[in-house]
Ligand binder design. Structure first.
Ligand SMILES: [Zn+2]
Length: 203
């Protein structure tokens, strides 16, 4: 089998001169650039270049790119990763293997983890008014819920500690112990990554 020195595509028996006039040869750079972006399908490349989808599939194969189905899977994975909730990005950085289910839920060490957000919330009135963080009970299945705090840290609670509908807590040390409805002890669970078990690899 002979290959074109310029575009590296296979030469067919019609010869080199004929090949240099072909769309594949003239647009080889563009085809390669598009194939490198996994979210552009063979069909889309075919449409933009003016080739059949089958021809694009053959050229991709010759250039050593993954097949269409794999490219599609890689594309989906890349998209998910981009939208991945911060908690999972942080978990990965800490050496945990994150198996994404969606953008806001994933398995980590066999535990179903979800991410939610905590917001500032005023509790009490006048001189007894304090600003605490408010969290809501997540719906659906999960083993561990991580609430992202406004300062970027995470409150990480196991399911058994999430028996509230909505509650508040003070993320800082305070002399105001709060009431049953402002469960300050949650502070101990901020950045409690150990709840996920051991990372697969050390940092
Ligand atoms: Zn060529």
């Amino acid at each position: 089998m002979r290959y074109c020195q310029t575009c590296r595509f296979q030469l067919d028996k019609r010869g080199f001169k004929r090949h240099t006039l072909s769309v594949a040869h003239r647009k080889a750079k563009l085809i390669r650039a598009m194939l490198e972006r996994n979210c552009i399908t063979h069909a889309e490349i075919a449409r933009r270049i003016g080739l059949t989808r089958e021809r694009v599939r053959q050229l991709a194969l010759q250039m050593g790119f993954a097949d269409g189905r794999s490219r599609h899977a890689i594309c989906r994975m890349e998209r998910r990763r981009k939208e991945m909730a911060e908690f999972f990005v942080q978990a990965q950085k800490r050496g945990f293997a994150v198996e994404l289910l969606g953008t806001r839920n994933a398995y980590i060490n066999g535990k179903l983890c979800i991410q939610r957000k905590a917001c500032w919330h005023d509790v009490g009135k006048s001189e007894h008014k304090y600003t605490y963080l408010s969290i809501r009970q997540p719906r659906g299945r999960f083993d561990i819920c991580a609430w992202k705090l406004p300062d970027g840290r995470f409150l990480i609670l196991p399911r058994k500690l999430t028996g509230f509908r909505q509650t508040t807590f003070n993320p800082e040390e305070s002399e105001h112990l709060g009431t049953a409805s402002s469960s300050h002890y949650y502070r101990q669970h901020i950045e409690r990554w150990s709840l996920l078990g051991r990372p697969r690899r050390s940092k």
